[in-house]
Design a protein around this ligand. Structure first.
Ligand code: ES4
Ligand code: ZN
Length: 315
């Protein structure tokens, strides 16, 4: 199984938040772990993003980023993940004074030893914050290219509604020119038209989430015909109220429609579980079968940016 939709900052567990705050001499606005944990009830994407960005304040040194990443890789490996494409949000760190090199090198150093240490091959994807101006993203992309950052591609995340794909045409053109893979969040909270525009205006190879495609039958037909990968995150969708309950999740309908879907954890420290936890609940609540789970796992490997040799090993 491959995990294709994972924000490394969303793997920061409450215990590590407290440990890093202590190590870095940072005063947290929570008295203890229980008080922090009491904040993990979200009403929508923005209510989650507020806590997600606030908690990043404890990430200061290269070691902090490496420790967070290593913890995730160990846990993902134990849950059966054999390849992961890790997104990180460089702008969320640069904007609070952490040098780009510090955050990129910290994450990259942990990824570099992952295959040997955990049997998990890795790729790094720089995600850009869609609620910031495109020029800000372009500047950071140029810096990443100038420093030869080990990135395989770019993504687009953060507050979706009101920040459409059309805002980032130049960014994606530049990434294509630089030979980078391109993915984008679309159709999580935003409308189905953001999925179409991500494909047609940004040239993305995969859609993160994409669940709202189900509101547009013509789009579903296109996504099925083209086998566009959709990296679905069931527990995330429930916690952020994109769907009411797991029983209402469109995953079974998406499978029935012949869509190329995979199951992913998104921000496992915030949404109640890693990718294996997602599968446990899908089996329990939606009656996901072993055959369906195998198909989802095969989709994740086929849809990855791993080398053909690595894909052949994993399929
Ligand atoms: C995210 Cl679930 C989700 N959606 C959009 N942006 C994000 N960044 C981190 N998690
Ligand atoms: Zn996401």
């Amino acid at each position: 199984m491959a995990e294709l939709h994972l924000h490394i900052e969303g793997t920061l567990q409450p215990e590590l938040i407290f440990a890093l705050a202590e190590r870095n001499g940072i005063e947290l606005p929570y008295a203890d772990l229980d008080e922090l944990r009491s904040r993990y009830e979200f009403t929508d994407l923005q209510s989650f993003l507020d806590l997600y960005y606030a908690n990043m304040a404890v990430l200061r040194t290269e070691q902090d980023f490496a420790d967070m990443t290593r913890d995730y890789l160990a846990r993902a490996s134990a849950g059966g993940v054999r390849h992961v494409e890790v997104m990180m949000d460089p702008q969320a760190h640069v904007s609070r004074g952490v040098p780009l090199e510090t955050c990129v090198n910290g994450v990259a150093s942990a990824l570099a030893t992952s295959e040997e240490e955990f049997g998990v091959s890795t790729l790094l994807i720089a995600a850009f914050l869609r609620d910031l101006p495109e020029d800000d993203a372009l500047e950071v992309l140029e810096q990443l290219l100038a420093m030869n950052a080990p990135i395989a591609g770019i993504g687009l995340d953060s507050a979706e509604v009101g920040n459409p794909p059309s805002k980032f045409v130049r960014l994606y053109q530049r990434a294509a020119e630089a030979g980078l893979h391109r993915i984008a969040h679309a159709g999580e909270e935003g409308p189905a038209s953001y999925i179409t525009d991500s494909l047609d205006l940004l040239g993305v190879e995969r859609i993160d989430h994409g669940i709202r495609c189900m509101e547009d039958a013509a789009l579903v037909e296109r996504l099925a015909n083209e086998q566009v990968p959709l990296t679905v995150c069931p527990l995330s969708n429930v916690r952020l109220r994109a769907v009411d309950t797991l029983a209402d999740h469109p995953l079974p309908a998406m499978l029935s429609a012949g869509l190329n879907v995979s199951v992913n954890s998104d921000d496992p420290a915030y949404f109640g579980g890693y990718v294996d936890d997602n599968f446990v609940q899908l089996r329990a609540v939606l009656g996901l079968t072993a055959a369906e789970q195998s198909r989802l796992a095969a989709n994740s490997i086929r849809s990855s940016f791993a080398s053909d040799a690595r894909k052949a090993e994993l399929l």
